[in-house]
Design a protein around this ligand. Structure first.
Ligand code: AKG
Ligand code: FE2
Length: 675
């Protein structure tokens, strides 16, 4: 019997799955059974080493009829016992050693098939993820550690697994380009092993998602072959997102996954897909289950979170902090401090509403409708829950989590009301920050192993990205304004034909779905954007050929770094990437800073180049300056520069299509990833 995610028992036969694997391949006892079929206990793989091919026969002897032949180099999976020197494969029987018939070795064992490792890793981790999903209080670092040690037992280290995934990715992409269908198997391994990691902890999950997205992005050439993977990737990433309480992201991923799932069924009609039966069975089973259950499941988790009692909400918040700490050390304590301090003053509470983390009603009701004894003060249930959740067993290694716990403890102890409201706000804020971080991992990472720099943003000195032949965008007279008011607006600095070309190019990207939507984000709903990494010369050159307008704008913006560094007496660095953004009708961006004291990302200056906008369609950039707020119309060709850590700003709701390019110029100080 397997269980659906909503907890109902499903007959195993409904899964179209292969028979369950031996008990040893699954997690033991106390977790509920995973909704995923256990992997088939695959046996050894063999490579055909005899030229030009080896026959497949209907029986394990030479009297058997020839039912096929496999070319040298083909890797074949043994699916049953060896009989008298013959192995059972999907299509029939093959002789391993041809000595008896005057030939040499026909098949050679393939060393430790890593796809099997992928399956082995995946099944128990699904079980654990499932257990975590059904029992939110189990989301403890102890469980993460258990998953990790399990994983470490399978592989020498996470690093090793990732390095292997990256190597596989490289190979796979090469093979795909050569239209070699073996690439599919390799991608499968990659995705599976990366996804196995995803259930260990958030950082790994982020990277797994990145790998999956990479596969998806690159998959168009072998579309139908990759659909199961793509589906699987979305589904697993969605599951992981659910687990972490990133519900909007989970819903997005799962709904994409289901669409693709539909197409997998169609793709299955294609015979070459039948070859890899075991994987497809798993994919199909997951699809069957996914369709029935994921919607309900996501809704279930969402409503549980909505109605969440203090203690489980606290568990969620701590879980997000622990996860985020692993991607961005120090960030959870920064955000918890930010929210808690804001909550203490009326002005701060208004800010939280403006930022989208709280509602006016919630803020107004806090402290009125919640009985003090039930939620605040020493001895209240939340205090003891916090104590329990912070006990040495559950607390993660490292200082970040401890900071958060002591801040929360001080907050809960000193209060007589409003604690639950604060936890809700913290949950929203941290979910948002987590999503942003993961998004950044995803979009900055066209990434894993592909860029020269090992797939990271590397900030470089302004001279490294300068194109001296282009006219400067800023005039000497702009500098005093920028120094004094912390922002400056400049017009007519870029050639109109280049701006128009850039607008057309970005509109095309938007129309063909190259920008990704931030629907469901509390801060910038509707906005669609894409990070354009340009750290490789070849990529920049291709960009310049294919999108000359955008490339011109980017180069001009890059040039600004050197000029502003000199004029403003700063030490600056340029992340070789820009953000391309579209605000379709109804999109907006709530009030925010582009860098919170440099603690999240050490951005120093924000450079905006507007490319398309129609008058009277909203979408103004509202900047909150010391002297009051200023609304800037995003006129095509207009350039705006402001200090990222000082000027709070927002994009007012747009009623037309508004296109912009943003470059953030960083302070020389490196971020926690050493970029
Ligand atoms: O497009 C704009 O005017 C500003 C967008 C923005 O604030 C951001 O992306 O952080
Ligand atoms: Fe911004």
């Amino acid at each position: 019997m397997a269980y659906s995610l909503s907890g109902t028992a499903l007959p195993h036969t409904a899964c179209l799955s292969p028979p369950p694997a031996p008990a040893s391949a699954r997690t033991t006892a106390h977790h509920p059974a995973s909704p995923y079929p256990a992997p088939t206990a695959r046996q050894q793989s063999h490579r055909v080493v005899h030229y030009p091919f080896v026959y497949v026969r209907s029986k394990p002897n030479h009297a058997g009829e020839v039912v096929g032949r496999l070319r040298v180099g083909t890797v074949v999976q043994q699916v049953g016992e060896m009989v008298d020197g013959w192995i059972r494969v999907h299509e029939g029987w093959m002789l391993v050693d041809g000595k008896r018939v005057g030939l040499g070795k026909l098949l050679q064992p393939e060393p430790a098939p890593s796809d099997m490792t992928g399956y082995r890793m995946l099944a128990p981790l699904y079980d654990m993820a499932y257990a975590r999903l059904t029992q939110p209080t189990l989301r403890s670092p102890a469980l993460v550690r258990a998953a990790r040690s399990y994983f470490d037992g399978q592989r020498a280290s996470l690093e090793g697994a990732r390095a292997e995934a990256v190597a596989l990715l490289r190979t796979s992409l090469g093979l795909l380009r050569a239209e070699d269908f073996e690439a599919r198997a390799k991608l499968e391994v990659l995705v599976l092993s990366a996804l196995a990691q995803c259930h260990c902890h958030l950082g790994e999950w982020g990277r797994a998602l990145v790998s999956a997205v990479l596969c998806i992005d690159r998959s168009s050439r072998a579309e139908h072959l990759l659909h199961p993977l793509v589906w699987h990737a979305h589904e697993s990433a969605g599951l992981a997102a659910c687990k972490l309480g990133l519900l909007a992201m989970a819903e997005r991923l799962l709904s994409r996954g289901q669409l693709i799932g539909e197409r997998v069924a169609a793709a299955l009609q294609l015979s070459e897909l039948r070859a890899d039966g075991a994987f497809l069975d798993c994919a199909l089973a997951a699809i069957a289950l996914g369709k029935k259950n994921f919607d309900a499941h996501v809704q279930g988790v969402a409503s549980r979170l909505e109605a969440m009692e203090g203690e489980s909400l606290l568990g969620e918040v701590l879980c997000l902090c622990d996860g985020l700490e692993q991607i961005s050390p120090g960030k959870p304590s920064y955000w918890v401090d930010h929210v808690l301090s804001a909550w203490r003053t009326a002005r701060g509470r208004t800010r939280l509403v403006e930022m989208g983390f709280s509602t006016a009603a919630e803020t107004a009701a806090a402290g009125l409708d919640e009985p003090a004894a039930a939620e605040g003060g020493a001895g209240c249930p939340l205090s003891s829950a916090l104590q329990r959740l912070s006990s040495s067993d559950a607390a993660p290694a490292g200082g970040g989590g401890a900071d958060v716990r002591s801040m929360l403890a001080a907050f809960v102890d000193g209060r007589s009301g409003g604690t639950r409201a604060v936890l809700r706000i913290l949950h929203r804020a941290l979910s948002y920050v987590c999503e942003k971080d993961v998004d950044m991992l995803v979009s900055s990472s066209i990434m894993l192993g592909v860029g020269e720099t090992g797939g990271r943003y590397h900030c470089v000195a302004p001279t490294r990205v300068a194109t001296p032949s282009l006219p400067p965008l800023v005039h000497p007279s702009d500098i005093p304004t920028l120094r004094r008011t912390r922002m400056v607006v400049c017009d007519d600095r870029l050639p109109a034909d280049m701006v128009a070309a850039a607008a057309r190019e970005l509109a095309t990207m938007d129309d063909n779905g190259s920008l990704s939507s931030s629907d469901g984000q509390p801060c910038n709903p509707g906005e669609r954007s894409r990070d354009m990494p340009l750290w490789e010369r070849a990529v920049m050159e291709e960009f310049a050929q294919q999108q000359p307008g955008l490339a011109y704008c980017v180069r001009s913006a890059f040039n600004l770094a050197g000029l502003l560094e000199r004029e403003l007496e700063l030490e600056l660095r340029v992340p070789q990437t820009v953000l391309l953004a579209s605000y379709p009708p109804q999109a907006y961006y709530r009030r925010h800073l582009d860098s919170y004291a440099g603690k999240d990302i050490p951005r120093m200056l924000t450079v905006l180049i507007y490319l398309a906008w129609e008058p009277r369609t909203g979408g103004q950039l509202r900047c909150h300056l010391a002297s009051g707020s200023v609304d800037v119309e995003p006129l095509p060709g207009r350039l705006v520069i402001f200090y990222s850590q000082e000027v709070e700003h927002e994009v007012l709701p747009s009623r037309g299509r508004r296109l912009a390019l943003t470059l953030w110029i960083w302070d020389v100080k490196k971020d926690d990833k050493g970029r």
